[in-house]
Design a binder for this molecule. Structure first.
Ligand code: CU
Ligand code: CU
Ligand code: CU
Length: 449
């Protein structure tokens, strides 16, 4: 371990440059990180061709926002789109109220909004992302390019065997864009099933190349930022060592041959360059999520290329971080996911902004059982408070999640703690057409008993 060389992070974020930011000292001496972000319709290059996309600060995906626990984050956001939009900070444990992660905010065309929040000092490090969240327009805006990564530095980044590896983003998006660069709106059936575009990009590129050294490690932060498409990722002749999921590190590395990323989910993996030098392909393998979207053949996503040799090969540690399991719940609730044609519901009701569907006590722990009564998978995302998924034995799995796939005709229980942040916050299907069509509810967190 002491022989590990700390590599510079020059190769970090090769395709998604970090946004220039100003760091100023606030009066209370806490650092403030200010970002400027503008949403605008413009011509960008996607998968090697010109497309009239919706972009954040002229880029698809948008620039990476890198922040630290305990920091105050100020995002000066301008909307130069021809329609209203807003920002959601997917997965961050921050208030859903005020000018923080408040999706009730509408930023009209030509208007500006300052988002301002403080990351809790104990916020886990991890890979998060930002995207618009205007009910009825989320799928269209995200599928036209509005999405960008957020990196919170944390304990994982301080583990020498992890920090020694070059890191890169693997930001997955798909686009329905014509040969002349125009986006088209899908028909009713495609919205019902969840729109998918035939152009698949990683960091905005078709088949980008990621480098790994022989006997060295590569760290990838994978984000599914597609509106509806699932990614079932495999890498020729290599395995993935999973070190983090949505809300931060796993307790220990988990070696896997296949990764499934439903919309909204993130996975961080380490890849060891232990094969003969050459190029290897990342494939998107078939996966049947229901609704007729099962591709029959693998689709090429990206390539891994061997370049150079690691001077001091190393292994990953057996333990990464300590994860506290949530205690037994004080309440158990059931949420039934339903669909009849274009009507998507939770417990029989479509989303209403003026209704609070579920009221929970501040400082409580609850089990939320999601019953998928439909023939399609639905990835359920809960804002504000991450959760632990209960395993087959009924015990929580020790990793923080904020989005989890509920397979067709199946049931999954999530354990959620509501320890801080009073206010109203949504939960919904992250197939964004389903969210737009009503599969979203609200939880009101407060002192009610
Ligand atoms: Cu999201
Ligand atoms: Cu859904
Ligand atoms: Cu959401």
């Amino acid at each position: 371990m002491s022989t590990i060389q700390r590599r510079s992070l020059l190769k970090a974020l090769p395709f998604v440059p970090a946004l220039s930011r100003s760091v100023v000292q606030a009066q209370d001496a806490d650092p403030v990180h200010s970002f400027q972000l503008e949403a605008r319709q413009e011509w960008v290059t996607l998968g090697g061709r010109a497309a009239l996309a919706f972009a954040y600060s002229q880029r698809v995906p948008g620039p990476a926002l890198e922040v630290n626990p305990g920091e105050r984050v100020v995002v000066d956001f301008r909307n130069a789109l021809p329609e209203a939009t807003n920002l959601h900070f997917h997965g961050l444990h921050i208030p859903a109220t005020g000018s923080a992660d408040n999706i009730m905010i509408r930023v009209g065309s030509g208007a500006a909004q300052t988002y301002d929040f403080t990351l809790p000092a104990n916020h886990p490090g991890g890979t998060f992302w930002y995207h618009p969240h205007v009910h009825g327009a989320a799928a269209r805006q995200v599928s036209r390019g509005l999405a960008g990564p957020i990196i919170v530095r944390g304990a994982l980044d301080r583990i020498p065997e992890i920090a020694a590896a070059p890191e890169a983003l693997f930001f997955l998006q798909d686009f329905a864009v014509s040969a002349n660069g125009q986006f088209s709106e899908p028909g009713m059936m495609a919205r019902m099933n969840g729109r998918e575009g035939s152009l698949i990009t990683v960091n905005g590129a078709a088949n980008p190349v990621f480098n790994v050294q022989d006997q060295g490690w590569l760290r990838l932060r994978m984000v599914n930022a597609s509106a509806s498409r699932y990614y079932h990722v495999r890498l020729d002749q290599h395995t993935f060592h999973v070190i983090a999921a949505d809300g931060g590190a796993t307790a220990s590395p988990v070696e896997m041959e296949d990764l499934l990323l439903a919309p909204g989910e993130r996975i961080e993996v380490m890849i060891l360059g232990n094969r003969p030098a050459g190029d290897y392909v990342f494939w998107n393998m078939p996966y049947n999520r229901g609704g007729g979207n099962n591709a029959q053949r693998p689709i090429l996503l990206a390539s891994l290329r061997y370049e150079g040799t690691a001077e001091n090969p190393w292994t990953l540690p057996g333990q990464l971080v300590e994860i506290d399991l949530l205690p037994s719940p004080t309440m158990k609730r059931s949420f039934r996911l339903g669909q009849r044609m274009m009507n998507f519901t939770i417990n029989g009701r479509a989303f209403s902004e003026s209704r609070i569907d579920t009221r929970v006590n501040l400082d409580s722990v609850e089990d939320w059982e999601f019953v998928n009564a439909t023939g399609m998978d639905h990835p359920i995302h809960i804002h504000t408070n991450p959760f632990q998924v209960l395993g087959p034995n009924g015990n929580p799995i020790p990793v923080w999640k904020d989005t989890v796939n509920i397979r067709a005709h199946s049931t999954q229980t999530l354990r959620v703690a509501f320890r801080d942040f009073e206010g109203v916050s949504p939960y919904h299907c992250h197939i964004l057409d389903h969210e737009d069509l009503g599969m979203m509810g609200t939880v009101g967190i407060g002192r009610i008993a």
